[in-house]
Design a protein around this ligand. Structure first.
Ligand code: SAH
Length: 468
């Protein structure tokens, strides 16, 4: 390690800043935030520096005597000679000096920071790759939403009380872990600070009792892990146990906390596995053990995912829950196949329809679905392509309406088959389309011909037929 990282207490300490431009201004702002007394030396200074009463401005050239009483110094001029003189004077007096962006002349460097005070993260590459440091900072910025600062503030206020109640260090560590992974931080995230405070008080009171479990219903998206939300990622990393569908991609599961238990309760159309009642029971059992349960579902949990039913069950049993939406198959398949689901010239609305079974399709209002100028996104329809075609045509949709079948949308093995409504069943059969696949009906599907950008080019049913 080339530099020793530290956080300095500069409250009421004098810090010398040499330079009066925009760079100096940035450094001064930060120093003032940390409570430092700033002595600024420069013949020319910006209006903000000049007019700020908190800064002692010396409008004169730098002189080593300006170091008098300073614990740190920053050289922020664009004059190499002046910067070097500041560095030399600091070295002589054993005062640490940072020359902005010149590591060779600096005896300390200033990290990139993510500020969620009192939580502050400092990042440095030792001056070797500042752009990389900035990139890391951006990632952390997006990972740590504003609630982290509030959470840290809350713990700061409660620190003494927590220490009093739990004198044992490891008991205290366990308590903090539970608080940070559990309801308190969830409440802070939903901006309910009073609720978080109450929950923290309750948790502290029952600190020796078993912890209360909870469930996060998370949408895993269609497959591409890049389509997860930041909240989904966090839930996966906080989970004690994950109950997931078979539809959830391995790529997504690999982002979960390494030591979280995984239970596959997978259901795929046709191949029945764990019954819904049993899934509900499992959720309840796990949450009652005090665990943080993630119920992970393909796409969005509230779109043909039975998310609602599971939450109703949890609500009946008093288990607290949160929901993290995901990108549903229709949205993802449209985007990744180059099919805009609405388009001013072709479709003013889009419908998400389940075509799961003959039973469920029997209950659909086909007359409405067959109307022109709308897009249909049919989920779970692979086995019912013939029925979809017959019903739509019988109810008046033109047999020449363009359709698309998107198999494994957003995944590396995505396939898109284009055909007309009349050809839908034959096209599916010729291409041997497998689940998961989404059927899209409407003029917009023809746009895939020019707008496709991901994976292999769409296959045309006509070409498939010619090849056969
Ligand atoms: N809750 C999920 C849907 C569950 S129903 C969601 O919001 O996406 C399962 C059906 O979703 C599948 O039969 C298929 O029609 C569709 N589906 C899910 N993932 C898909 C994918 N990657 N590509 C194409 N269709 C998909």
């Amino acid at each position: 390690m080339r530099y020793f990282p530290l956080f300095a207490d500069l409250r009421d300490r004098c810090v010398l800043v040499v330079g009066g431009g925009a760079v100096a201004e940035r450094k001064v702002r930060l120093l003032l935030e940390a409570g430092a007394r700033v002595r600024l030396v420069a013949p020319e200074v910006t209006p903000w520096l000049r007019e700020n009463p908190a800064i002692a401005v010396h409008r004169e050239p730098f002189d080593p005597r300006h170091f008098e009483g300073a614990v740190l110094a920053v050289a922020a001029t664009d004059d190499r000679a002046v910067n070097a003189a500041v560095a030399a004077a600091g070295r002589e007096r054993n005062v640490l000096v940072n020359v902005v962006d010149v590591a060779e002349l600096s005896s300390f460097i200033v990290p990139a920071i993510v500020d969620r005070s009192p939580l502050v993260i400092a990042i440095s590459t030792g001056g070797v790759a500042p752009v990389l440091a900035r990139l890391v900072r951006e990632r952390l910025e997006s990972l740590l939403d504003g609630s982290f600062g509030q959470l840290a503030g809350l713990l700061q206020r409660w620190r003494a009380r927590i220490k009093g109640r739990l004198p044992d260090v490891s008991a205290r560590r366990r308590f903090y872990e539970a608080v940070l992974r559990g309801q308190v931080s969830a409440l802070v995230r939903t901006n309910d600070l009073p609720g978080a405070e109450r929950e923290l008080a309750r948790a502290l009171q029952y600190a020796d009792a078993p912890r209360r479990g909870s469930v996060v219903l998370v949408g895993a998206g269609p497959g591409d892990a890049g389509l997860l939300t930041l909240n989904a990622l966090r839930a996966l990393q906080e989970a004690d146990v994950i109950l997931h569908d078979r539809l959830v991609a391995d790529e997504v599961l690999s982002l979960a906390r390494r030591d979280a238990d995984r239970i596959c309760v997978g259901k795929m159309a046709g191949g029945h596995s764990v019954a819904q009642g049993r899934i509900n029971e499992l959720l309840l059992e796990q949450a009652r053990c005090g665990r943080r349960v993630v119920r992970l579902k393909g796409g969005d949990p509230f779109i043909f995912g039975r998310g609602g039913e599971e939450l109703e069950f949890l609500e009946q049993h008093g288990i607290p829950f949160e929901v993290v939406p995901g990108i549903t198959a229709a949205i993802a398949c449209g985007a990744y196949a180059g099919i805009p689901l609405t388009h001013r010239e072709h479709a003013q609305s889009v419908r998400f329809v389940t075509a799961h079974s003959l039973d469920s399709m029997g209950g659909l209002d086909w007359a409405t679905l067959a109307k022109e100028r709308q897009t249909l996104a049919l989920y779970m329809g692979v086995a019912g392509l013939g029925t979809i075609r017959d019903q739509l045509v019988q109810h008046g949709r033109a047999p020449s309406t363009p359709v698309a079948i998107v198999e494994n949308g957003s995944r590396s093995n995505q396939r898109v088959v284009l055909a007309t409504l009349a050809e839908l069943e034959d096209a599916g059969r010729a291409a041997a389309v497998q689940s998961p696949a989404l059927v899209i009906v409407g003029e917009v599907t023809a746009l895939a011909e020019k707008l496709h950008w991901f994976g292999s080019a769409p296959a045309y049913w006509r070409a498939l037929r010619a090849a056969a």
